[in-house]
Design a protein around this ligand. Structure first.
Ligand code: NAD
Length: 341
């Protein structure tokens, strides 16, 4: 097992849940969290670990080669979450996606290769099912497997697919020890409230309507973030060098079904739905076949069953209004100043 893990993007939604998950489940591991704190990076997500000697936060960019040189000397694995992650933002401006997701990943790979060569280290690259493109609604038997061809549609998913290819190039060309994980949509605590579940829940608490894209029939495969974190840790500990693992929970829901469930949990009527013009190039359906990680590594989800897991997530946002209010108002940016100067 790796003892010193460099986590990139650990102040974001999944990264912060991963840091907390690993430290709660492994005693002998130290984590360095490298995060540049874009708009979605919030060190308050890990405020509870402030005094844990196994956790160290470094404010910096994955494109800072000098900084990476120092950090890689002290770690034996990297779990790479850092990315621009929101499809809608990539449609408005794709440049930051190329800079962080593509160039940033290549710089990180070069630093790992220089520090570790072919013998040591493990580079786990956290990717997405969106690199496979989408599936038709009328063929429910079709699922994404690891051998489904990459066919990304948005600037976001294209930048992630490019980074996946660069990771495999580092493996084949230089012998770097790598894994790629491709997960479906995550839900759970600390998700930036631009993404559908926290956006809808917090809008409803604020008395606002929820903006539903197009006909609402687009289907996503929902997995609880802690199941995702456990799967990534499983890949880090047991993954076969050079392999890709799909991660999902066979939990397909249309956006309309998701919206109705949120409205029901929150005791609101369907009149709170505000239909809005569809997202450009909106993928119809994502659905993961997780057979490989189940059979090869023995992982399967245990925390993602609906409606309970969705209800618990809605309750988290209701109970932690201070957290998302500081995010929505921008006040969360003051936390870094207070803690780190
Ligand atoms: N959210 C999902 O449902 C989902 C599903 C599958 C895969 N993923 C992947 O998981 C990863 C994390 O997603 P998320 O939802 O937590 O995203 P997020 O936007 O919440 O967090 C991204 C984090 O990366 C940091 N970051 C961005 N650019 C950086 C840079 N150049 N240097 C250092 N730090 C940088 C940000 O400050 C932020 O803390 C992404 O790679 C994403 O593609 C997400």
């Amino acid at each position: 097992m790796s003892k010193n893990i460099l986590v990139t993007g650990g102040c974001g939604f999944i990264g912060s849940n991963f840091v907390r998950f690993v430290l709660a489940n492994r005693d002998d591991v130290k984590i360095t969290n490298l995060d540049v704190l874009t708009y979605s990076g919030n060190p308050e997500n890990l405020a509870d670990l402030q005094n844990d000697s196994r956790y160290n936060f470094v404010h910096g960019d994955i494109r800072d080669e000098e900084l990476l040189g120092k950090l890689f000397d002290e770690c034996d694995a990297v779990v790479h979450f850092a990315a621009e992650s929101h499809v809608d933002r990539s449609i408005l401006d794709s440049k930051p996606f190329i800079e962080s997701n593509v160039l940033g990943t290549q710089i990180l790979l070069d630093a790992a290769r220089k520090a570790w060569g072919t013998e040591k280290g493990r580079f786990v690259h956290v990717s997405t099912d969106e690199v496979y493109g989408d599936l038709p609604l009328d063929k429910p038997e079709l699922l994404f497997t690891e051998s489904t061809p990459l066919n990304p549609h948005s600037p976001y998913s294209s930048s992630k697919a490019a980074s996946d290819l660069l990771v495999m190039a580092a493996h084949h060309t230089f012998g770097l020890n790598v894994n790629i994980t491709r997960c479906s949509n995550n839900f759970g605590p600390y998700q930036f409230p631009e993404k559908v579940i926290p956006l809808f829940v917090t809008n409803l608490i604020e008395g606002k309507k929820v903006p539903l894209y197009g006909d609402g029939r687009n289907v996503r495969d929902w997995l609880h973030v802690d199941d995702h974190c456990e799967a990534i840790l499983t890949v880090l500990e047991k993954g076969i060098n050079g392999e890709v693992y799909n991660i999902g929970g066979n939990n397909e829901r249309s956006n309309l079904e998701l919206t109705h469930m949120i409205l029901e949990v929150m005791g609101k009527g369907k009149d709170m739905i505000q239909p809005v013009e569809d997202r450009l190039g909106h993928d119809r359906r994502y659905a993961i076949d997780p057979t490989k990680i189940k059979t090869q590594l023995g992982w399967q989800p245990t925390r993602s069953a609906w409606p309970q897991a969705l209800e618990a997530t809605v309750k988290w946002y209701v109970d932690n209004a201070g957290w998302w209010q500081r995010v929505k108002s921008g006040a969360y940016r003051e936390y870094y100043q207070k803690q780190y100067g």
